[in-house]
Write a protein that binds this ligand. Structure first.
Ligand code: GLU
Length: 519
C-alpha cells in the first residue's frame, strides 16, 4: 500500500520519472478515477472509459473513484451529475468513492475544491514555475490574427514571463485582472503510455505558456486534473485518446510540483460499426436512452467490451458477467488504434434476456417490470391481461422472438395484453356464423399445446368446409386484431384456452352487432 501522506503536496526538486511497468507492483494499491465533465449525459464513449477503469481497478483489488470535473461552470448541464451517477449505477459501475459514495479524498466535485487549486497555483508562482499574466483578450486576439496572417500556429508569446515579481505585484495591487500561466519547459523524456506508443511531443515548442488559473479564479482543466489526481492518490489514469496530447503538459506540472506522476494509458477511439464517428451529440448513444429502449446493462457492457480489445479469450458471441470480464481484463491487450463497435447490440440483448430468465429471482423481477410497463403503455385500457402466470408465460415465450422487453408493448405484440377492439374488427369481413362454429369446436379442445393446436386447426377447417387459409385469417383477426403476426396456433398457445374463447366470443358478438346495424 502507498503511504498516502508521503504523496501529499510537497515541493521537491524535479520528480524522477519511472518508466511505467506493464504490471502493477503488488504492494501498490491501485486507484483509478473516472472524471467526466457534466456538460452532458453519459454516452457510450464515457461508459467505455468508466468500464475499463472499473475493471482495471477491480482486477487489481483496487479502487474506482468518480470525480466530477465541473470547472467550466458555463457548460455544466443542470442535473447532469445526478444522471451520471445514476447511469453508472445502472451499468453496474458504482464507484468506491465519489460525490454520493463519499470517501477520504473528497470533495469529489471540482467546483467544491477551488481553494485547493488556487493554493497550488500560488505555490507554482512562488516557486517560479508560474506567473501572473495581464495580457488582455484584445491583445491575445491580435496575436492570434497575426499568427494566422503569417501562416503560423497561433500561440501566446509568453510576454508576461519577463515581468519582474515587483512589476507583477504592482499590477496586481492596482487591480489589473490577470490569470496564472505555467511556464512550459522541454520534457526530457518521451511520454510513456500503457496502451499507445510513447509520445514525443514538446508542448513548449508548439504552445504558449499554459493558463492554469483563469481570471475568475477558476482553474483550467489541466491544473485541476493534475492536482486532484495527485491529491486523490490516483495511480493510473486511463482516459480517451483525445487527452493524449495533454499528458506531456500534465507531466510538466507534476515535475514542477515535485510529485510522482501516475501512469497514463490512452484508450482508443470507438466508432460506429460502419466506421462513422460516435458523436456525443447523437442523443441515441446516451446511456439513459439505451435504458429507455429496454437494453439490459450487461448487454450494453458486453457490446462496449467487444470493441477495442482488453480481454483474454473474448468470444464475440458470448455474454460475460461483470466478474468474468474482470477476470479476463488485461490492459496490455487493449488495442492501440481506433476500433469499431459491432452491430450486434440487439442480439446481445436477446442473449442476455435468455440468460436472465434462467434465474427464478431475476425472472420474477422481470415479470413485475413488464406488468408496470404494460400498465404504463396502455393507461386507458381496463381489461389488460396481466396475471402473473400469463406474464411469465409471455416472457418465456418471447425470449427467442424479441430483442428487448419493450418490444412486448409494440403494436404487433399488443394483443398479448389487449383484447382487439370493435373498431379493429369492423372491416374484417368475418362471418360471425363461421366464428361460432369454430368456438363450438374449440370448446371441446383440451390440448392447447402448439403441435396439438396445429392439427386441431386443420381438422376444424376440414370439418366446417372452411379453407384453412381463410380460417387462419379469421382467427388471427378475431384474436389479435392483426392482419399479420405470429402463427395462429402460437397466438392461441400463448393466450391459453380461456382467453382464446373469451376473445372469439367477444369478436362474435361485436360482429353480430355490426351486421345487425348494417341491416
Ligand atoms: N474531464 C475530462 C473529460 O471530460 C477528463 C479527462 C481525464 O480523464 O483526464 O473527459
Amino acid at each position: 500500500m502507498i503511504n498516502h501522506k508521503m504523496r501529499f503536496p510537497k515541493i521537491r526538486n524535479f520528480a524522477t520519472f519511472i518508466e511505467p511497468v506493464k504490471s502493477v507492483p503488488r504492494n501498490k494499491l491501485v486507484r483509478v478515477r473516472f472524471a467526466p465533465s457534466p456538460t452532458g449525459y453519459l454516452h457510450l464513449g464515457g461508459l467505455r472509459t468508466a468500464l475499463y477503469n472499473f475493471l482495471f481497478a477491480k482486477s487489481h483489488g483496487g479502487q474506482f473513484v468518480l470525480r466530477i470535473e465541473d470547472t467550466d461552470q458555463s457548460r455544466t448541464v443542470p442535473g447532469a451529475i445526478e444522471q451520471l451517477e445514476r447511469d453508472l449505477r445502472w451499468a453496474g459501475l458504482s464507484p468506491d468513492e465519489g460525490p454520493t459514495a463519499g470517501g477520504s479524498y473528497g470533495p469529489y466535485i471540482q467546483s467544491e475544491r477551488v481553494h485547493l487549486y488556487k493554493n497550488q497555483a500560488q505555490i507554482l508562482v512562488d516557486s517560479g514555475f508560474a506567473y501572473p499574466c495581464f495580457c488582455s483578450e484584445k491583445r491575445l486576439d491580435l496575436l492570434r490574427k497575426e499568427a494566422i496572417r503569417m501562416r503560423e500556429i497561433p500561440k501566446y508569446d509568453n510576454k508576461c514571463r519577463s515581468l519582474t515579481k515587483e512589476e507583477a505585484q504592482q499590477k496586481i495591487n492596482s487591480g489589473h485582472p490577470h490569470c496564472i500561466r505555467f511556464k512550459l519547459s522541454p520534457l526530457t523524456e518521451p511520454t510513456y503510455d500503457l496502451i499507445r506508443d510513447d509520445l514525443n511531443y514538446q508542448p513548449c515548442e508548439n504552445e504558449g505558456d499554459l493558463v492554469i488559473l483563469k481570471q475568475d479564479g477558476f482553474p483550467t482543466y489541466h491544473l485541476a486534473n493534475v492536482v486532484d489526481d495527485h491529491m486523490m492518490v490516483v495511480t493510473h489514469v486511463l482516459r480517451g485518446v483525445e487527452w493524449h496530447i495533454s499528458t506531456p503538459k500534465h507531466l510538466l506540472l507534476y515535475k514542477a510540483f515535485g510529485w510522482d506522476a501516475p501512469q497514463y494509458g490512452h484508450l482508443p477511439l470507438i466508432m460506429n460499426a460502419d466506421g462513422s464517428k460516435l458523436s456525443k451529440r447523437q442523443g441515441d448513444i446516451q446511456i439513459r436512452n439505451y435504458e429507455g429502449m429496454g437494453i439490459f446493462p450487461l448487454a450494453l457492457i458486453n457490446y462496449v467490451s467487444k470493441a477495442g480489445g482488453g480481454f483474454k479469450n473474448m468470444d464475440l458471441d458470448q455474454i460475460y458477467s461483470m466478474d468474468q470480464l474482470k477476470d479476463n481484463f488485461d490492459l496490455n491487450l487493449v488495442h492501440k488504434s481506433s476500433c469499431k463497435l459491432t452491430d450486434r447490440l440487439d442480439e446481445y440483448n436477446r442473449t442476455t434476456l435468455q440468460q436472465m430468465v434462467l434465474k427464478e429471482e431475476v425472472l420474477n423481477e422481470m415479470i413485475a417490470s413488464v406488468i408496470k410497463m404494460v400498465e404504463n403503455s396502455f393507461p386507458n385500457i381496463k381489461e389488460l391481461d396481466l396475471s402473473k402466470e400469463h406474464v411469465r408465460k409471455v416472457v418465456l415465450w418471447s425470449q427467442d422472438r424479441i430483442h428487448a422487453l419493450n418490444d412486448l408493448v409494440k403494436p404487433n405484440l399488443a394483443f398479448l395484453w389487449n383484447v382487439p377492439s370493435k373498431e379493429q374488427l369492423v372491416d374484417s369481413k368475418i362471418d360471425p356464423e363461421k366464428l361460432d362454429l369454430v368456438i363450438r369446436e374449440l370448446q371441446q379442445e383440451n390440448d392447447f399445446e402448439l403441435e396439438a393446436l396445429k392439427s386441431s386447426l386443420r381438422r376444424i377447417a376440414d370439418n366446417n368446409g372452411v379453407k384453412f387459409v381463410l380460417l387462419m385469417k379469421i382467427l388471427r383477426m378475431a384474436l389479435s386484431g392483426l392482419k399479420e403476426g405470429p402463427g395462429v396456433a402460437e397466438v392461441m398457445n400463448i393466450l391459453g384456452k380461456d382467453s382464446v374463447l373469451k376473445r372469439l366470443t367477444r369478436a362474435k358478438f361485436y360482429l353480430q352487432e355490426i351486421c345487425s346495424n348494417k341491416n
